[in-house]
Write a protein that binds this ligand. Structure first.
Ligand code: GCU
Length: 586
């Protein structure tokens, strides 16, 4: 079946793009992870030389100036920066190629799914251009029914991670610009009609219920019944799809509600057209009331930590369940019930394990610092990134906060851009709160004042403050008084200081563990006096790589603000924070 619907992917039109498929892990698929051949193409000669055709000379006299099979190899998933010394700082194009064999069956939909590619991807199957994708942290897929061969296939992905002014993120970030196919690649084999999207949320009220939604794709005209089961709740409902292949149903139910202390997940089953999708979903509500954040109607304080998606062993973009479990276990060990996954959508395993472990989540897209707020095209990219993240993760009970920006300039153009995005996210998901991390607080005689006009738009205000590090002496922080122009909950989404693990000295000497601990102690005093404070996520769980941190023998391109070293060794500050959380949890 030829899909003629042309979907615009950033600047690359694609005849093969399909709606995002929910929960690919529960589908039948062939993994295309593993070793791929790659060609480094710093001068982008590959387009003209048609690298995507993977041409092999048919005679000794035929000139073909590339050969994937004799080229270097890289692991997928994985960034290229930590797989080869020469690529550590490389920003440019890399062509990936692999072959795979398929026993192609009739009456099936074949969808090629890529979990994430940083930053621009162009995808070719058997020499044919499928389409492209822009954005390094969200999934995309293509229907390949027409291009897929029975037997051997040739897949080429051109990846480019060069930074550009009209990208999200843009030219400068305080994290490493890891390039590559950084998450799993799958060839999904779906029925000719399948459930592409679904959600199930808790609907409180006099008659508590579960509200479920289903969306079919493919040739669903003749199939109209979905069977929705939640065995533990005795739910066994047959739901009819409408002519657009959609259905919504409200089923009375009284589930145990998901909380960090009791992260109850229910097994759900969705049977349709001979195949079944299974998932584990928690049911809870989140809301605000004045300066309170309410989880299942109860006020909650978010004891958090900020986390970058970097390997717990040191450098490298993390993607595996194992890495996610390690990073989140450290957060649990610190006494957290909440994590800020900065500054971009993390891999799906992070969210699913947060669900399982009982860690509330702040999720965000990299609208970071000074992107081009005046550009409509850039705005569309922000919406696309949000829609992709939200569609993938909307069934994760752990996620309570959608953050739409970090440290953006306080001006009208930005405020209008972000205001539109808040409305968009609310329309996509009315069940969660919207926030953003701002650092525009103005200085007062007594401390700081939250007065950014943009804060009017969000449900929860995130504040980044580096008292005692980028500004003022640590001791002054304890006397800071914060006032807010808004009757809204405040989360201090970042505060902190740097220290090289193992470097000890006077507590006023920067980068010593003693100084970092000192800055924390005074900041925590400041937080204890902060009216409307409903959560914190210190910057940051572990040291991480950043091109902006060149101080030799101290930073060596690591941002040293971790409570842990780059490979998880505790610094003095860890115990200061842990003690404060123990008190908070009482
Ligand atoms: C900023 C920013 C982070 C950065 C941190 C720092 O607030 O949001 O991405 O790493 O400060 O300076 O360490």
């Amino acid at each position: 079946m030829k899909c003629w619907l042309i979907l615009l992917i950033g600047w690359l039109p694609s005849a093969f793009a399909v709606e995002l498929i929910q929960n690919t892990e529960s589908r039948d698929y062939q993994s295309l992870n593993g070793e791929w051949n790659v060609i480094i193409d710093a001068f982008d000669v590959g387009d003209k030389r048609k690298f995507f055709t993977n041409t092999v000379p048919s005679s000794p006299s035929q000139l073909v100036e590339y050969n994937f099979s004799s080229s270097m190899k890289l692991q997928v998933p994985g960034d290229w920066n930590t797989q080869d010394k020469e690529l550590f700082r490389y920003e440019g194009s890399v062509w990936y190629h692999r072959k795979f064999t398929v026993d192609k069956r009739k009456n099936k939909n074949y969808v090629l799914y890529l979990g994430a590619v940083n930053y621009i991807a162009k995808v070719y199957l058997n020499g044919e251009f499928l389409g492209g994708h822009e954005g390094g942290f969200t999934p995309f897929q293509f229907n390949v029914n027409d291009n897929l061969k029975d037997g051997e296939n040739s897949l080429v992905v051109k990846v480019n991670n060069r930074r550009e002014p009209d990208y999200i993120p843009t030219m400068s970030t305080d994290w490493w610009n890891y390039g590559g196919i950084t998450r799993s690649v799958k060839l999904l084999e779906l029925e000719n009609a399948y459930i592409s999207d679904y959600s199930a949320v808790y609907a409180p009220g006099s008659e508590p219920a579960i509200k479920a939604y289903f969306k079919a794709a493919g040739d669903y005209s003749k199939k109209s019944k979905v069977l929705f089961r939640v065995p533990e709740l005795g739910i066994n409902a047959t739901v009819a799809l409408d002519k657009n292949g959609k259905a919504e149903v409200i089923i009375p139910a009284d589930p145990q509600l998901w909380t960090p202390e009791n992260p109850k997940l229910y097994g759900i089953e969705i049977a349709f057209n001979g195949s079944e999708v299974v998932d584990r979903i928690g049911f809870r509500t989140v809301d605000i009331n004045g300066t309170e954040i309410l989880l299942n109607g109860e006020s909650v304080f978010l004891r958090g930590i900020s986390i970058h998606e970097e390997s717990p062993k040191g450098a490298g973009r993390s993607w595996s369940e194992e890495d996610a479990r390690t990073l989140l276990s450290w957060a649990k060990e610190l006494g957290c019930n909440y994590v800020r996954l900065a500054h971009y959508p993390h891999n799906e395993a992070m969210l699913r394990i947060a669900d399982e472990m009982g860690l509330l989540v702040w999720a965000e897209i990299p609208v970071y610092w000074d992107i081009q707020f005046g550009s409509e095209e850039v705005y569309q990219k922000a919406e696309t990134q949000y829609t992709e993240m939200l569609t993938r993760d909307k069934n994760r009970a752990a996620i309570i906060l959608w953050s739409i920006a970090n440290e953006t300039p306080k001006d009208e153009v930005r405020t209008e851009f972000l205001g539109k995005l808040v409305d968009k996210v609310h329309s996509l998901d009315p069940t969660r709160l919207v926030t953003a991390a701002i650092n525009t607080q103005s200085t007062t005689e007594y401390g700081r004042r939250v007065d950014d006009p943009f804060a009017e738009k969000v449900d929860v205000i995130g504040i980044n403050t580096y008292c005692g590090w980028y500004e003022d002496a640590p001791e002054e922080c304890a006397n800071y008084r914060w006032v807010s122009d808004y009757d809204k909950p405040i989360i201090v989404s970042e505060f902190g200081a740097g220290a090289l693990q193992g470097f000890h000295g006077d507590e006023h000497q920067v980068f010593t563990e003693e100084n970092q601990a000192l800055v924390y102690r005074y900041n925590l005093e400041m937080l204890d006096n902060m009216v409307g404070l409903r959560g914190v996520s210190p910057w940051i769980l572990k040291d991480f790589l950043s091109p902006r941190r060149p101080l030799a023998n101290i930073q060596d391109y690591w941002n040293r603000k971790g409570l842990l070293s780059e490979n998880g060794v505790k610094k003095k500050v860890w115990y200061v924070m842990k003690e404060w959380y123990e008190k908070k949890a009482e």
